[in-house]
Design a protein around this ligand. Sequence first.
Ligand SMILES: Nc1nc2c(ncn2[C@@H]2O[C@H](COP(=O)(O)OP(=O)(O)OP(=O)(O)O)[C@@H](O)[C@H]2O)c(=O)[nH]1
Length: 355
Amino acid sequence: MTTTSPSRAPAARAKVPVTVITGFLGAGKTTLLRHVLSQARGRRIAIVVNEFGTLGIDGETLRSCGVEGCREEDIVELTNGCLCCTVADDFLPTMEALLDRADPPEHIVIETSGLALPKPLLKAFGWPTVRTRMTVDGVITVVDGPAVAAGRFADDPDEIARQRQADPSLDHDNPLAEVYEDQLLSADMVVINKTDLMTPEQIAMVEREIRAEIPRAVKIVHAVDGQVDPVVLLGMDAAAEDDLSARPSHHDAEGGEHEHDDFESFVATIPEQASADAFVTHLAHVAEKYDILRMKGFAAVRGKPMRLAVQGVGSRFRHQFDRPLPDGAPRTGSLVIIGQKGLPCAAIEADLQQA
Ligand SMILES: Nc1nc2c(ncn2[C@@H]2O[C@H](COP(=O)(O)OP(=O)(O)OP(=O)(O)O)[C@@H](O)[C@H]2O)c(=O)[nH]1
């Protein structure tokens, strides 16, 4: 026989489960979220999207997902900076507003920005205004498998040894490694994504590396285009907000301060392009030349009534004509460009003026 404390049961049942999806820039979070929405089977899921960069492209991508039953008002964007820094101002009021709706969501999924450290967000679920009303069902960390296999998030051991002589407290020389590590350490489940671009040996190696990184038993799944059954992703019942000490973070070490000063982003306006393929080839070249981490946005192509959506992670690009450009709209486009601090924005912008 199971016994339940009568005083706890109703409150526990009333809590709305919240799944947090984290993962570095371009790992495939929005793609995974689209898949979840396409498989929602009538379940009322609200989405909160936070982006680094102000164009709101993830929100747009999700809104144009074309999934039946996916309502525009269920997608809320927070573009005022990284969630981990704006918890009290933006995040909590947004969550409360969702819960106060006449038809509150059955499940909320939060997509954090690719540069967010998830721990401050998890801490926010302990705040009195939301603590009794929602719980973190699970933290899903999406990993760009090929990027890990290529050593994108690895430190350089020689460089660390050299820097430690000057500063013994230093534990990373690669700013990407810090963000990646924090995101892994907060996970209840890790999705190794983009396995279509990996050999079985690379997948096994990345899985071993991830297991070595995380001190707890965490489920690891593999995916192509984020296609993991929502039954696996949602309903983990982890109550992560009660388990924060098992999820160490660089944010703790920094005394709760976290400026995103290792990275920078800007928006470039793009003239109408002569050809989609030539444009994307040029973008890949620019990404490579300036070591750009992420580019995403839209462009107009001569003679085409549809808008060209482009997504670049490093120098790997995907593009598609996704929707009609409004009549009379200027035939220019916009791209968000994100890189490490010191990105030569003016030079990149100049290179992108080629039509
Ligand atoms: N080849 C391949 N590409 C993928 C896969 N999953 C996602 N992508 C592509 O990777 C790019 C980035 O995917 P997103 O889902 O936008 O990544 P994200 O993590 O939401 O990106 P940010 O929000 O900018 O951090 C897009 O061009 C996707 O189509 C995959 O499994 N294989």
